[in-house]
Design a protein around this ligand. Sequence first.
Ligand code: PA5
Length: 450
Amino acid sequence: KSISLDITKAAQFLSEGTVKAYEPAVKAAREALENGSCPGNDFLGWLHLPSEITPDFLKEIQDCAEVLRKNCEVVVVAGIGGSYLGARAVIEALSNSFAWLVNDDRKNPNILFAGNNIGEDYLAELSEYLKNKKFGVINISKSGTTTETALTFRLLKKQCEAQRGKEEAKKVIVAVTDACKGAARAAADKEGYKTFVIPDNVGGRFSVLTPVGLLPIACAGFDIEALVKGAADMEKSCGTDVPFEENPAAVYAAVRNGLYAKAGKKIEIMVNYQPKLHFISEWWKQLFGESEGKDNKGIFPASCDFTTDLHSMGQWIQEGERTIYETVISIEKTAKTMLFPEDEENLDGLNFLAGKRVDEVNKMAELGTRLAHVDGGVPNIRISVPELNEYYLGQLIYFFEVACGMSGLILGVNPFNQPGVEAYKKNMFALLDKPGYEADSKAIKERLAK
Ligand code: PA5
């Protein structure tokens, strides 16, 4: 079994043959990725990563995760952007929705995420929560210098050392960073932390299948072998030798470019009907947003959680500006079964649902919404996932990664850089008087004083 793609309700918004007409461009893009002849070709390490990961490497990650699992009630993952979203997406998709409350048996440590914001309350409250808890830290930063993460790590390191003593703390602090560069590497080497390397040729948003994602996912108790196997199988399904129509990533890349260029659809809304998928959309938004949004081009990646957001964004989607399309991730089979009970009094008038599964109602909501939105002028792409487990999430991750690479190349941008991310950092450092930014500090302060 495999995840599958249905574009019929999107292709109907394009003139006949439009999607197929992208075949040569998609093929060229896929081959350029393979040959390394595309812009950003020094960041193609993700392309064959799933099939290149060895059992020994997975074992090293699992062993490290085991040490953290044994010694920690809580593991805090410090990271931002590509050094954060993939791990959170997979862990939340696979975890009990109430993991916080039901984790009393301590089979798995609670995994918390920090270093992805500079909220003083957030950090103070995290510190309060960690007080007197046995916690460990995974510090993830490819550059090793990202402010949000570095600042958080300094706080966590001090607290961990204060609570456990410096020597014990070393056993539960792990760094995932560059092989030689950056402050995170320097600190890890000096302190003697266990480290994992983020390969030079894998950019942050494509790094979930490196230790960046795999270590936190293993710590949470999930099967990283199955995750990688799913990705490796999808790598085969999206290879250069697979015919266009049979390659889901090629078709997805083609249809979204068609909708953008030929039908004026500038916004893609990633939709789910399972709250656990919220962070899959967050990860996807970064993947496509940072890869395609440049040179004044690119589809704006947005997301909604349905049916929740049908009661907030539903009106806009149904009748607002017709510049949107939807991509729905639909989970075929839920993990749990729950039936609606019969009620003698039927005060709520819901006896027509008695004996039905909750998921049947959800699926009808999905189908009804699809029909309504398509009738309202919103093209609909549907990605069907047989069930929520590590294997299919691995497939989904690789499918989106390779589709993103192809899609960006068809759009005519370098999908593997992110020059725009630097602008805010430069201003922030200038405002904070960071050494080395003296001229920028002077200029920005003069500008603000005007
Ligand atoms: O995709 C990217 O490159 C970014 O989102 C980075 O992952 C993010 O800025 C964090 O960078 P770093 O891992 O260097 O701390």
